[in-house]
Design a protein around this ligand. Structure first.
Ligand SMILES: C[S@@+](CC[C@H](N)C(=O)[O-])C[C@H]1O[C@@H](n2cnc3c(N)ncnc32)[C@H](O)[C@@H]1O
Length: 211
């Protein structure tokens, strides 16, 4: 399907279509046309230390919000259509940010290093085995002392998102891979186009790469 490897991920097998198809017919369900409030808050708190990687960046609202602070940001995605939209927004807004076609399960192929990674909505789309591969892939590009900020649907509350993640499932791939410390996991909200203005229950986790 859409991945550079040509191998469909769980989400693609379940939905029966490549990720890129989500961007061809109006805004995707998660594409709210602005940064997630939780991400905008982290930006205001100057949380993102450059260089920053936005893994599964979609049409780039979060990456552009981070880059607007002057940080160097690379957004990667397997959806070419989303990347084209992200590049167009960057040009229109006069924001310098880089967007590249890359598989988050093979980040070592980038040959790049990052101090901070944002994952907004990618982790929860992988199954348990893919999450372990993903965390290993992240380890190949995150420097010791670097940080991952992870925003994913949670399994607590009502009107849950489509891939609710429990606390144990969130921690498991980091424990399995080793070399990571889950520093905090806070209840958050994730906005979508199919929830009301309160969004869906989510977790905002901070995970540090051990030095
Ligand atoms: C739920 S969307 C979130 C998009 C964006 N982060 C946002 O908040 O709007 C998940 C994104 O991850 C991308 N994606 C899925 N599997 C991927 C992979 N293996 N490598 C890179 N990107 C991937 C999809 O194409 C999609 O754009």
């Amino acid at each position: 399907m859409s991945g550079p490897d040509g191998l469909p991920t769980t989400h693609e097998r379940m939905s029966g279509k490549p990720w890129d198809a989500s961007y061809g017919d109006g805004p995707a369900p998660w594409d709210i046309g602005e940064p997630q409030p939780a991400v905008a808050r982290l930006v205001l708190q100057h949380t993102f230390v450059a260089p920053v990687l936005d893994a599964g960046c979609g049409t780039g609202e979060n990456a552009l919000c981070i880059a607007s602070e002057g940080s160097s940001v690379l957004g990667v995605d397997v959806a070419k259509t989303a990347l084209a939209m992200a590049r167009e927004k960057a040009e229109q807004r006069g924001i310098e940010a880089e967007f590249a076609l890359a598989d988050a399960l093979h980040l070592e192929r980038l040959n790049r290093r990052f101090r901070t990674v944002l994952d907004c909505g990618l982790f929860h789309s992988f199954d348990a085995d893919e999450r372990v591969r993903y965390v290993s892939s992240l380890a190949s590009v995150v420097d010791p002392g670097g940080t991952l900020h992870l925003l994913c649907f949670s399994d607590r509350g009502s009107d849950l998102g489509p891939h609710p993640i429990g606390l144990e499932a969130l921690r498991a791939p980091f424990d399995a891979t080793g070399g990571w410390s889950v520093v905090s996991v806070e209840p958050e909200r994730l906005q979508t186009r199919f929830h009301d203005q309160d969004g869906a229950p989510a977790w905002l986790a901070r995970v540090d790469r051990k030095g």
